[in-house]
Design a protein around this ligand. Structure first.
Ligand code: ZN
Ligand code: ZN
Ligand code: FE
Length: 762
């Protein structure tokens, strides 16, 4: 099938022979489309078979003209337009270059060579950068982008740096954050009381030595602090888990080289491209079972994936090169609080977490976590959008949009989005808005993003949930507000991510979202456009005994489902299940009472909770330590490739009501197979295939040819694969996320799109 690949490149790509190079590369792969210079960089669209498009994207950064520097490359697969040939189009005039805020860019090869060259004046200098690389979003205080308006304002340039800065032929011509050991920021190593143990390069070397000795070091980077430890050291990892109160959630790793990652994980071409890209995200990779020197299980317990990244700034490069082994590099925070950015604050907030603090005196203007990506079905998908991507915009495919609006996002994995005309600028990841610190960070970004982009919101969009903190602050803004249903926002985000307009069938499968009927939605099939939606089908409802407690305990979801099937008889029929064995007799009675009376047992159609119930029947028989853990365990049970016939999910029809997808036969079969002690991986397979069958059955009823997949459940690679394959086999076109997360990190984009469509500005 012919597809279109849309690519946005920013960097030094004008006047260096870049467009003729693109023309040539496209020609050699027989791709059609265009290349165009605009004030933001270069826009490319190419059409052809998927394999040729993938090759094009891989070869672009590898074979670019020597003088070109790619500082960011974001791409998305879209529907083909039917270009007749390949052309170099006249330059676009839209947008002003001065009004552009770039993301932070990973260290370029030239700067890397300098910091490793004993003869260069930047040798071992951790704040080296140039016009091709270095901090941007994390240091900009105001526009226009000028040194005086960055956090380097307090560091006057030395004569050598000034010379480079003023020389039009130099790589550092007008490099605003440029610095060197003579004039720029410096490192220091502090103990827990803020006493200086060492300064400058000695601080770096001593920190490395401490890491070798198994100590936990808080390291101030580009967008905030990391907690680092030797990833090979079981005892250090255990201590880090204990102090961070993070019992089982996987830790991200910083590797010294691509080769060292390949020693632990399988890395395909697209994954390698992402790892070494200017965005340098954490990439979720499959562990190699045959690794020669496997890293400890405790880094990511019972998880087949490892989150791996390469150094993205000179400090990380120097640390990684000095040590030569992988480091744990987890955000410097207590679980789920925003990442810490200030060294004085770090001493307080990270007291008891880190033993030592490697700090510096370059202030961080705004926080930025590491971004997280995963390659799904041959395409990268951003799962956490932050460093390297924020605050880049995604265009809405709606003509003639005007005005400015702020979208507040959801409650979990919160991000905000500012729409200026047709462009939606998405903030960095903020986190779950459960703590006062997180809400304060949300409010900071809500003021910062409009100020930085020079656009004052005239309206706000927020979640339909009346009690979300993000809803409350939107309502307190005094601006006209647009409430957007959570799953409508998910599908609108997926549509925008794929450049779609018109009506689609949206499968919004996640843990929780407020439904207009007051129940908890989450297994939704919506006939959807930007301006509205109709609920075509939903999962059969069940009760969650204990509400939030059930969201953490898959066995409670299971009991709720079984109670929906058997009512008060549930224990007589299913009390013997191993999955329920962990509940004491009084607990069972209490839970069943809650379910019988419907007290503190909200009704839900949540797919996430159905996954939990299924995971409990496949052996996950305990409380979860982090979100999505049970579903990930279920996915990990799957063998490649899944062939088993899926469980039946009959559709129940009633006049005037949405279809109801009945999971009853599925769970009854799973419970019977569990009782017989059959292979749990077979249950996992049949569950995933059954849901793929359900997707097709609803799509056939809905009669819409395009199906958008969104919601946190689609972070599950095997589910995404099964649903996409089944839909396409049945003649539907499936779309999933690429540039924004399918989880709640993408909600702000969806809200912005819905607000735009409803505001009547189109
Ligand atoms: Zn550079
Ligand atoms: Zn200097
Ligand atoms: Fe959601």
């Amino acid at each position: 099938m012919i597809q279109r690949l849309h690519i946005r490149i920013h960097g030094l790509v004008q006047g260096v022979g870049f467009r003729p190079f693109v023309h040539h590369l496209a020609g050699s792969l027989r791709l059609k489309g265009y290349v165009l210079n605009d004030p933001q960089g270069v826009e490319i669209e190419v059409e052809g078979p998927a394999e040729a498009l993938a090759q094009f994207r891989l070869r672009l950064p590898k074979e670019k003209p020597a003088l070109a520097s790619i500082q960011g490359l974001e791409s998305a697969y879209l529907d083909a337009k039917g270009y007749a040939g390949f052309e170099i189009r006249p330059s676009g005039q839209v947008g002003e270059r001065s009004a552009q805020v770039l993301p932070d860019i990973a260290t370029c090869p030239d700067c890397l060579a300098e910091i490793l060259d004993p003869k260069d004046r930047h040798y071992r200098y951790p704040f080296t950068n140039c016009t091709h690389c270095g901090p941007r979003y994390s240091i900009i205080l105001a526009l226009p982008y000028d040194r005086a308006a960055t956090t380097l304002a307090g560091f006057p340039l030395c004569p050598d740096c000034r010379h480079e800065y003023e020389d039009p032929g130099n790589r550092r011509f007008h490099a605003q954050p440029t610095a060197c050991p003579a004039c720029g920021p410096q490192l220091a190593l502090w103990d827990g009381a803020g006493q200086v143990l060492a300064a400058k390069d000695d601080a770096l070397r001593l920190a490395g030595q401490m890491l070798c000795e198994g100590r936990i070091v808080a390291v101030k980077g580009v967008g905030g602090f990391h907690l680092m430890a030797d990833a090979r050291n079981k005892e250090a990892i255990a201590r880090l888990r204990e102090v961070k109160r993070r019992e089982e959630k996987p830790f991200a790793l910083l590797f010294p080289s691509l080769g060292s990652i390949r020693g632990q994980c399988r890395v395909d071409e697209e994954e390698a491209r992402l790892l070494v890209s200017p965005e340098a995200p954490i990439v979720l990779l499959e562990r190699r079972p045959d690794a020669a020197a496997p890293l400890p299980e405790g880094l990511a317990p019972q998880n087949p994936l490892l989150g791996c990244m390469l150094p993205s700034n000179p400090l990380h490069h120097l640390l990684a090169a000095d040590l030569g082994f992988p480091l744990v590099a987890t955000s410097g925070n207590l679980s789920d609080e925003p990442i810490c950015i200030d060294e004085r604050e770090a001493l307080e907030r990270l007291a008891g977490l880190a033993e030592l603090f490697l700090v510096h005196d370059r202030p961080i203007a705004r926080h930025g976590d590491d971004s997280i990506s995963r390659v799904l079905l041959g395409r990268g998908q951003v799962l956490r959008r932050a460093r390297g991507y924020a605050p880049l915009a995604i265009p809405l495919p709606l003509p003639g949009l005007k005005g400015v609006a702020l979208a507040r996002g959801g409650h979990l994995k919160n991000s905000l989005a500012l729409r200026r005309g047709p462009l939606v600028f998405i903030s960095q990841h903020i986190g779950d808005l459960d703590t006062p610190q997180a809400l304060a960070a949300h409010q900071r970004v809500a003021l910062d993003l409009p100020r930085l982009l020079g656009a004052t919101p005239q309206a706000e969009a927020h979640d339909l949930h009346p009690d979300y903190a993000s809803t409350r602050v939107a309502r307190e803004s005094g601006l006209p507000c647009c409430a957007v249903q959570h799953h409508h926002a998910h599908i609108a985000a997926c549509m925008a991510d794929n450049g779609l307009d018109g009506e689609v069938l949206g499968l919004a499968w996640d843990g929780t979202g407020f439904g207009p009927d007051g129940t908890v939605w989450g297994g939704e099939f919506l006939a959807c456009g930007y301006a509205g939606y109709r609920r075509v089908a939903h999962l059969r409802q069940f009760r969650l005994p204990g509400g939030d407690a059930a969201a953490r305990d898959p066995r409670r979801s299971l009991l709720g489902c079984l109670h929906a099937l058997r009512g008060g008889e549930v224990l007589q029929r299913y009390g013997g299940l191993k999955a329920l064995a962990g509940f004491s007799a009084p607990e069972r009675v209490l839970l069943v009472q809650m379910l019988d009376k419907g007290l503190n047992a909200p009704l839900t159609s949540s797919m996430g909770r159905l996954f939990d119930a299924a995971a409990a029947l496949a052996g996950f028989e305990r409380v979860m330590r982090h979100e999505g853990q049970a579903a990930m365990a279920l996915e990990a049970l799957l063998r490649q490739p899944a062939r088993a016939k899926g469980y039946a999910f009959p559709l129940i029809e009633a006049a005037g009501l949405p279809l109801v997808a009945d999971w009853g036969p599925c769970l009854e079969a799973m419970a019977a197979e569990a009782a017989q002690g059959l292979d749990p991986s077979l249950r996992a397979e049949r569950f995933h295939s059954g849901l793929a069958g359900l997707a097709v059955a609803v799509a056939q009823k809905a009669g819409l040819s395009r199906v958008c997949l969104s919601g946190g459940c689609f972070q599950n690679r095997r589910l995404l694969q099964a649903v996409v394959e089944a839909l396409e086999r049945a003649g539907f076109r499936a779309y999933w996320h690429q540039r924004v997360p399918c989880n709640d990190g993408g909600i702000s984009l969806g809200q912005a799109a819905v607000q735009a469509a409803l505001a009547g500005e189109a």
